[in-house]
Design a binder for this molecule. Structure first.
Ligand code: NAP
Ligand code: MG
Length: 491
C-alpha cells in the first residue's frame, strides 16, 4: 500500500495562502476509488469572498495601469511553468476528476497554449482610429478592463476552463476571483500556484475554495465585482445570470449541450465511427461538447451501427492512471446516479439497449463511479434521452431517411453548442454548416475540441450568446471607450 500525504489546500487571497474563516475543511476524493482522499480544502464563507473581493479591488489600479506587454510577460512565464509541471498537474486531475492521464495531460498542455495565446494578445492593437466629420478631431477607441471579475468554473475541464477565463481577464487588465468546482479544487490550486510563481502581483488573482451553494451569491453579488464569467449547468447559470443582472454586472454563461453527429449516406464510415466513439466516450462523456446523439441515414445505418458497436464493446473502463484505460469513472456518485437514471428512462421510453447500461463494480473497480459505455438504438427525436443533457457515456442512435430530416433532428433540441456532419459531399457539408443552429460546427471530425485562437460558445440555451477564447474574449473582459480628441485653439 502506498501512503499519500494529503495536502490541505488554502485560499489564495491578497498573495497569501489563508485558512477560511469557517475553520471547516472539505474532502476531495478520487472517483476511481472514493475512499481515497486526494486533498482537503477550505469550506469558504461569504467573509472569505469579501476579503478576496477587497484584495482584488485594491490590486486593480496598479494592475490596470501596468503596460499590457508586462502583463503578457507574466502569462508567458506561467505557460512555461505549466508545461514544466504538466505531469504533476495531470496526475492531480486524474486523481480528482477521473479522466485518463493521457487526456488530463493533453488538457494541461492546452492550458499552457491558452496562457500563451492570451499572453500574445498583450501586444495586439486595442482600438481603432476613425475619420471624424470634424477636421480637428482625432477620433479613436480604446478598451478598458471591467474591473474585478468572478470566474466560476466546472469540474470537467479543471485546467482549460479556468485558464481560458483567467488568462484573458488578466491580460486585459482585470483582477480576478476564481471559484473552481468543489469536486476539483486541487487542479485549480496548481494553476494558481503557477501564476503566483510566474510573478503575478498580490491581489490580482484570488482563489476561493468551497461550495458554490454557500459562496456563489457572495461571489456574484459582491459590490466590488463588475463581471461574472460562468461555465456550468443551465440551472445554476440562470441563477447566476439573474443575480448578476440584478446587481448591474456584466455576465457571461457557457452551459450545456446535446451535441449531434450526423452521418450521411456517403460518409467514410470508418472515420465517422472512430470520431463518434471519441466524441461520445472520451472523458466518460462528460464534456459540454461531447456527442450524445448520432443521427444516421438509413441506407448506412446497419453497417455504421455494427462497426460502432464493435468499438464500443472494446472500450476499456478503469482507473485513469492505468495506461490501458480508455474511459475512466464518472466524476461523482451524483453523476453516476444521473447517468443510471437516464439509462432507465431510455429503456422505459422504448429505446433499445445495444451496449452497456450498467454500473461496473467488480474487482479493480469496486466502489468507483464506473458505468459501462452505453449505446441506445431505436431512439426517436422526442425521447428524453434525445433531448436532455445526460453528461455521461450514453449515446443515442437516431435513424433518418433524408438529409433534410437529419438537419431537423440535429436542430430539434433546446441546446446549440456543437454539431458534426460526416460526408464527402461539399455541397451538403456547406448546407449543414449553414443550417446548423450551433455555435461550433465540425465537418468530418468529432463534436469536441476547442483551439484557443478561435471563439468558443453555443447558440440557443447553450450560452448567453457571448463567446469565449480567441479574439472574441476581449468583448467580455473589456469595455470600449470612444475618444473625441480636440486641441485647444493655437495660442
Ligand atoms: P454546476 O453544478 O452548474 O457547477 C458549476 C460551478 O458553479 C461550480 O463551480 C459550482 O460550485 C458553482 N455553483 C454551484 N452553485 C452555485 C450558486 N448558487 N451560485 C454560484 N455558483 C454556483 O455544473 P457542473 O456540474 O460543475 O458542470 C457540468 C455542467 O457544465 C454541464 O451542464 C456542462 O454541459 C456544463 N459545461 C459547459 C461548458 C461550456 O463551455 N458550454 C463547459 C463545461 C461544462 P460547486 O462545485 O461548489 O457546486
Ligand atoms: Mg455541481
Amino acid at each position: 500500500m502506498t501512503t499519500m500525504t494529503v495536502e490541505t489546500l488554502r485560499n489564495y487571497i491578497n498573495g497569501e495562502w489563508r485558512d477560511s474563516a469557517s475553520g471547516t475543511l472539505l474532502e476531495d476524493r478520487n472517483p476511481a476509488q472514493p475512499d481515497q482522499v486526494v486533498a482537503r480544502f477550505q469550506s469558504s464563507t461569504p467573509d472569505d469572498v469579501a476579503a478576496a473581493a477587497e484584495a482584488a479591488a485594491a490590486a486593480l489600479p496598479a494592475w490596470r495601469a501596468m503596460p499590457p506587454p508586462k502583463r503578457g510577460e507574466i502569462l508567458f512565464k506561467a505557460a512555461a511553468l505549466l508545461e514544466e509541471r504538466a505531469d504533476g498537474v495531470a496526475r492531480a486531475m486524474t486523481l480528482e476528476e477521473g479522466k485518463t492521464f493521457r487526456e488530463a495531460r493533453g488538457e494541461t498542455l492546452r492550458g499552457a497554449s491558452i496562457l500563451r495565446f492570451f499572453a500574445g494578445e498583450a501586444w495586439q492593437p486595442s482600438g481603432d482610429t476613425y475619420p471624424s466629420a470634424n477636421p480637428s478631431t482625432f477620433l479613436y477607441t480604446t478598451r478598458a478592463p471591467l474591473g474585478v471579475v468572478t470566474a466560476i468554473t466546472p469540474w470537467n475541464f479543471p485546467v482549460a476552463i479556468p485558464c481560458w477565463k483567467i488568462a484573458p481577464a488578466l491580460v486585459y487588465g482585470n483582477t480576478v476571483l476564481l471559484k473552481p468546482a468543489e469536486l476539483t479544487p486541487l487542479t485549480s490550486y496548481k494553476i494558481v500556484q503557477v501564476l503566483e510563481d510566474a510573478g503575478l502581483p498580490k491581489g490580482v488573482l484570488n482563489l476561493v475554495l468551497g461550495k458554490g451553494s454557500q459562496i456563489g451569491d457572495a461571489l456574484v453579488g459582491h459590490k466590488h465585482v463588475a463581471g461574472v464569467t460562468f461555465t456550468g449547468s443551465n440551472e445554476v447559470g440562470r441563477h447566476v445570470y439573474n443575480l448578476a443582472i440584478d446587481g448591474h454586472k456584466k455576465a457571461q454563461l457557457e452551459l450545456g449541450g446535446k451535441n449531434p453527429i450526423v452521418v450521411l449516406d456517403d460518409a467514410d464510415l470508418e472515420q465517422a465511427v472512430t470520431q463518434t466513439l471519441n466524441g461520445a466516450y472520451l472523458s466518460t462523456g462528460q464534456k459540454c461538447t461531447a456527442a450524445s446523439r448520432v443521427i444516421v441515414m438509413r441506407s448506412v445505418k446497419d453497417e455504421f451501427t455494427e462497426r460502432l458497436l464493435r468499438r464500443v464493446q472494446a472500450i476499456t473502463v478503469g482507473d485513469g492512471l492505468d495506461p490501458q484505460t480508455y474511459m475512466g469513472p464518472l466524476v461523482s456518485q451524483g453523476q453516476k446516479d444521473t447517468v443510471l437514471k437516464y439509462i432507465k428512462i431510455g429503456q422505459d421510453e422504448g429505446a433499445r439497449l445495444l451496449a452497456g447500461g450498467h454500473a461496473l463494480d467488480d474487482a479493480g473497480r469496486h466502489g468507483g463511479y464506473f458505468v459501462e459505455p452505453t449505446l441506445f438504438d431505436d431512439v426517436t427525436p422526442t425521447m428524453r434521452i434525445a433531448q436532455e443533457e445526460i453528461f455521461g457515456p450514453v449515446l443515442a442512435l437516431i435513424t433518418v431517411d433524408s438529409f433534410e430530416e437529419a438537419i431537423d433532428v440535429a436542430n430539434g433540441v433546446q441546446y446549440g453548442l456543437s454539431a458534426s456532419v460526416f460526408t464527402r459531399d461539399a455541397e451538403r457539408a456547406f448546407r449543414f454548416v449553414s443550417a446548423s443552429e450551433s455555435g461550433i460546427v465540425h465537418v468530418n471530425s468529432e463534436t469536441a475540441g476547442a483551439e484557443p485562437q478561435v471563439p468558443f460558445g453555443g447558440m440557443k440555451s447553450s450560452s448567453s450568446f457571448s463567446r469565449e477564447q480567441g479574439k472574441a474574449a476581449v468583448e467580455f473582459f473589456t469595455q470600449i471607450k470612444t475618444v473625441y480628441f480636440d486641441m485647444p485653439p493655437a495660442r
